[in-house]
Design a protein around this ligand. Structure first.
Ligand SMILES: Nc1nc2c(c(=O)[nH]1)N[C@H]1C(S)=C(S)[C@@H](COP(=O)(O)O)O[C@H]1N2
Ligand SMILES: [Mo]
Length: 358
């Protein structure tokens, strides 16, 4: 019999979503760059079948010089590679009650890949983005029905965000062509924003004079504190620290078991609002905290390694926690209660890892 400490049992639909959209194995927090098959996945509809050799990206709308770019055209443009932490806005969703029926993430909807591609800003400049454009729309080739409406997966960015440094039209992940599930042949990568901004299977870029009002922008991905709240669009990643679960797991409950003695706890931390300034560790469920040691991230959008020497002295039950604070002072709440929102987005309560020392 499994006791559920929080939330209700998962529905058949949630389990189905979780099997299609796996999380990153948290032991993968050891790697600076996540191996491709370990990176989390979120595919709203179906993975489209796309022929890379006839593929064309259309750049259109309020531009002087509309363009069609083949994969070779894109690869002939300036090429950059950057490690970027990607995280689903629904990460942490299963910690709230009641929760909406959607991917029931623990805290594993994460990964840090090295994305290679060409900067979006220069493509928009070459297309002659016009002054009256207010947003740039990114359209995927995948289609489905959500909120009762049939649509292609589409998201927009403000012109400022679209011209942001390091926003990429990416065609490689960790030095390999994008795998189908991660957006082959081309995806957007928007560092610092939640994963939803990084449209996969990118077909078209359209400069708009009015804000985009599609399903994935105005019905989903809104932070609403109640059904009546019109809500605010979710954008940047809130800070989060996660640890590699120490010791060995129980097969079924995944609770951790360790021997007494010193152990190095390690993990990664990130924020979409800037540098990680501090990571704290607690072994008593957040009653008392000590500062973890930080190391340099592999780039401005990569995760920051942290470690802490823990003396697991006495046999017994402990609850390990980690908490990140970024350069803007944003940090993580101790519990998820105050983070409840209709869509279950941006739940960044501190990680809690029960361990038994025996
Ligand atoms: N075209 C398209 N792009 C998409 C999605 C999608 O379903 N279709 N999912 C989005 C969401 S919600 C997330 S969190 C990320 C997940 O990217 P990954 O599967 O490569 O980890 O892709 C985003 N881009
Ligand atoms: Mo997501």
């Amino acid at each position: 019999m499994i006791e559920r400490a929080e939330g209700e049992p998962f529905s058949k639909e949630e389990v189905g979503l979780a099997l299609r959209n796996h999380g990153m194995h948290l032991e993968g927090l050891r790697y600076p760059v996540t191996p491709i098959g370990m990176h989390y996945l979120l595919i709203h509809f179906d993975i489209p079948a796309i022929d890379g050799s006839s593929f064309e990206l259309e750049v259109t709308g309020r531009v002087d010089n509309p363009m069609k770019l083949s994969l070779d055209d894109l690869k002939a443009r300036p090429r950059i590679s950057i490690p970027v932490v990607m995280e689903c806005a629904g990460n942490g969703r299963s910690r709230i009650t009641p929760r909406p029926a959607s991917a029931p993430w623990g805290e594993d909807a994460i990964g840090c890949s090295e994305w290679t591609g060409t900067p979006l800003a220069a493509v928009l400049r070459d297309a002659g983005l016009l002054d009256d454009a207010v947003e740039v729309l990114f359209s995927g080739l995948d289609r489905g029905i959500d909120a009762g409406v049939e649509h292609a997966f589409e998201r927009s960015l403000s012109v400022d965000d679209a011209l942001g440094e390091d926003v990429l039209l990416a065609y490689e992940m960790n030095g390999q062509p994008l795998p189908p599930q991660h957006g082959f042949p081309l995806r957007l990568v928007v560092p610092d924003h939640y994963g939803v901004a990084s449209v996969k299977w990118l077909r078209a870029i359209t400069a708009l004079t009015e804000p985009f009002e599609g399903v994935q922008q105005t019905l989903k991905y809104l932070y609403q504190t109640s059904e009546e709240d019109p809500g605010t669009p979710i954008r940047r990643k809130l800070p989060r620290a996660l640890m590699v679960p120490p010791g060995i797991p129980d097969f079924l409950t995944r609770e951790r078991n360790l021997r007494p003695g010193r152990v190095t706890i390690e993990g990664k931390a990130w924020s979409g609002y800037g540098r990680i300034e501090r990571v704290e560790f607690s072994s008593d469920g957040g009653e008392s905290w000590g500062d973890a040691r930080l190391a340099e991230p592999e780039g401005p959008h990569a995760w920051t390694p942290w470690s802490h020497e823990w003396d697991a002295g006495e046999p017994g039950a402990y609850e390990l926690c980690a908490r990140a604070t970024d350069e803007t002072g944003r940090t993580q709440p101790l519990g998820a209660e105050g983070s409840w929102n209709v869509g279950g987005y941006c739940v960044n309560a501190v990680q809690r890892v029960p361990v038994t020392i025996a």
